[in-house]
Design a binder for this molecule. Sequence first.
Ligand code: FES
Ligand SMILES: [Fe+2]
Length: 336
Amino acid sequence: MTAETEARVERRAALGVRDRWWCIGPSSLVGSQAVGLTRLGIKLAAWRDKTGKVNMVEDYCPHRGAPLSMGHLTDGRLGCRYHGVEVAGDGSVAAVPGFPECSYVGRKMVRSYPVVEHFQGLWAWFGANDQLESAIEPPPLVFPSEFTSPEWTGFPISQTWQTNYQYVWDNVIDIMHPEYLHKDTQYFETGVANTVVATPAPTGFMVRRKIYEGDNVEIMEFIDNGSFWFRVGFYAPPGCGPGGNWRVFPLATPIDEYHCQMTVWRMRNVSGWEGDLFRFMFNTKLEQYNWAIVQEDKEMLEAMPPWPARENLYQHDIGPARLRKHVRDEARKQCA
Ligand code: FES
Ligand SMILES: [Fe+2]
């Protein structure tokens, strides 16, 4: 592989592998006004149409390049603020009000990104090529079982972090960091010698500590099933109410090389009145507890050097090492 290809692979890795569904944030991100956002280094405009469906297109007017997100909505179409050209959710020009006979009307001229909304979150399909259409038809978005089972209740929390998302991915598959970084919030004993074991899972892999005693982490898993997921299970002290261990899905999506959007689902195995209780407790106290843990990660990861750091890995880093290899293998397929 040439140095030039290798540089392209690293850049693709730094901005996110394509041909995947990526979580772009919680449902509340997009309302009835157009909003501009950047994901995977791409400037995007998103809005809800009259039915509430979320549309997302490149934030680039086909006329002369003005940001469509500065525009206004008319009957679910996004009108450019500069000269009024209207774009539909599929990226076609719906109207040129000032010049109705314009031949652009009816033509797809802006890239559109299919969006799926589920469990208070939004996912968009990012195809590998940069043409008007994705080269492949997006496969169905497959959710982890907790996202579709009525036995689970959960909420997303979301925040922009000033760090490359790869630091976050390393962090959420790094089973040896909680006992140091989260010592005070997650009740760990520190200083216990241990090793990390990685085992393959159907569409990813899991890590665990070889010595289990005192382990507050129940599950740590990476999944690539057409979308990227991290499943982390950890001990919930009695004050957290019903539902057993926390099951957390921390999803970090690149904004650009230096920022990412962190959307974290906090879940418990509760339904019915227990689900209501969990919802109430989450709003009144548990959300703060969860933020306290997440802020410890945020503070550390925002203090890291610009990606990539100068490193000397050791045995405990097999999770991040495996993850980075997977990302580069996938990026290489898209940069050949
Ligand atoms: S740049 Fe958008 S209508 Fe002219
Ligand atoms: Fe952490």
